[in-house]
Design a protein around this ligand. Sequence first.
Ligand SMILES: NC(=O)c1ccc[n+]([C@@H]2O[C@H](COP(=O)([O-])OP(=O)(O)OC[C@H]3O[C@@H](n4cnc5c(N)ncnc54)[C@H](OP(=O)(O)O)[C@@H]3O)[C@@H](O)[C@H]2O)c1
Length: 498
Amino acid sequence: MRISEMDVDRVVGYFKGKSILITGSTGFLGKVLVEKILRVQPDVKKLFLLIRASDVESVKFRIHNEIMGKQIFQVLKEKHGLEFDNFVKEKICPLVGDVMHENFGLDTVKLREVSKDIDVIINGAATTNFSERYDVAFDTNVLGVKHTCEFAKKCTKLKMLLHVSTAYVAGEKEGLITEKTFLMGETLRVGTHLDIEIELNLIKDTKRELRASSSTEKAERKTMKELGLKRARNFGWPNTYLFTKAMGEMMIGHLRGDVPVVIIRPSIITSTIKEPLPGWIEGIRTVDTVIMGHAKQTLPFFVINLDLTLDMIPGDMVVNAMMAAMAAHSEDHQAQIIYHVTSSVLNPTPSSLVIDSMHRYFVENPPCKGRNGERVRLKKMRIFSTLARLRLYTAIKYELPLEMLRLLSIALCGVFSRRYNELNRKYRFLMHMIELYAPFALFKGCFDDTNLERLRMAMNKDDQINNGAYSLDFDPKSIHWVDYFYGVHIPGVLKYCV
Ligand SMILES: NC(=O)c1ccc[n+]([C@@H]2O[C@H](COP(=O)([O-])OP(=O)(O)OC[C@H]3O[C@@H](n4cnc5c(N)ncnc54)[C@H](OP(=O)(O)O)[C@@H]3O)[C@@H](O)[C@H]2O)c1
């Protein structure tokens, strides 16, 4: 389909009769995607859901509980009524698989059978933990992409591979960040060159040495986590997650051959704004950690520059953009196109708006705690605009008293040692979490989304926003951030994540 010929019906029509392999369907975005395709295109041929499990029965169990059992499927269930289970059985094909393995670990027979059928691959699987062990992050986010590319080349009638990356592969760049592909070996730090093979060998050698020295599981985990952060920072990325996601993109460019590829780079994905129900979200991450920390009064301070903007985009808009991009570039063998699915250029959200909406929400709707539902007494969160300021404050307010408690405990033969250990652990955890999120909260760049704007312009605007039963809106300009945060997102986080 040429971009100029796009409209909602054609985009939705594109999925009719198609067999689509999806990785990451048990995750947050994966569920929004699976639900949307099944709802708007019931004539899709099959959705092959590649899921980690010991056998196919366990995959079916996971689909039943972790996907179809979630509230986001309520609208689809109501649509199909008693026929829902039959519809799911007909459309969903469970596949036991792991992207860490070549051919996803499928046996030869299964591989042959599946690869004949697949029209589209959507790779959403990733480890999204910012400080994941280097070996796990590398196996999933780098080798996982390699295995997906190799698998794609075996699919004889493949029309499209869509890979989900993140806008923050740009690291901590400032200014306008363009939808530009990564070249193999490219880094964010001048004077360094990245060799993915060397990284792989480094991981293998480190693990071999650790095992030779009979190090404990805990020590191995710590070393592998530190190694990821060290390598990421060496090449200019703030954490292991973003570093490995960037290497994943490099893998695609290197290996895709003539497979048509779309890479979508969303920014911070927030709850659905509209479909199938407003406010649906899963997993407490980034901005929601701050919201929940405030609600529970476990996050007394945070670092965020209120003069900057936060780039966020609701999950249903990300899925709408994915569907439009797949239809637009199907069978375009020249294509390896990047789409920033972001909001910071067209409708930036001031960080202050997020923090103010959060304070206002909890003042007007004080959260409850305990068995009897007593109201939490809210204290305003202290906000620091730089990590240096926050560290100075915490050194005086927390580290000094902690150190005094430690010394007192030593003087009194360890009488306060349990209390000290507990407070110290909580404090270290808080600081670690804040430092992990700081690159997002202090981000000074904004994401150019010219490619996505071109897609949006090509589609009929009214059609995108309201097609009656569903929409394919992915225009951040249609978001009223205050209404969304106060009326949709915060209640959604409280309803679906707690
Ligand atoms: N959430 C965001 O704000 C955000 C922003 C930008 C980009 N993204 C990207 O969007 C994609 C989806 O994110 P999400 O938030 O939905 O992530 P998520 O909730 O953490 O889900 C990750 C998914 O990947 C699967 N997975 C992990 N390792 C796997 C493996 N080795 N083999 C097969 N499947 C594996 C998980 O399966 P299990 O259930 O078995 O663990 C899960 O289904 C990711 O690629 C992420 O990088 C997310």
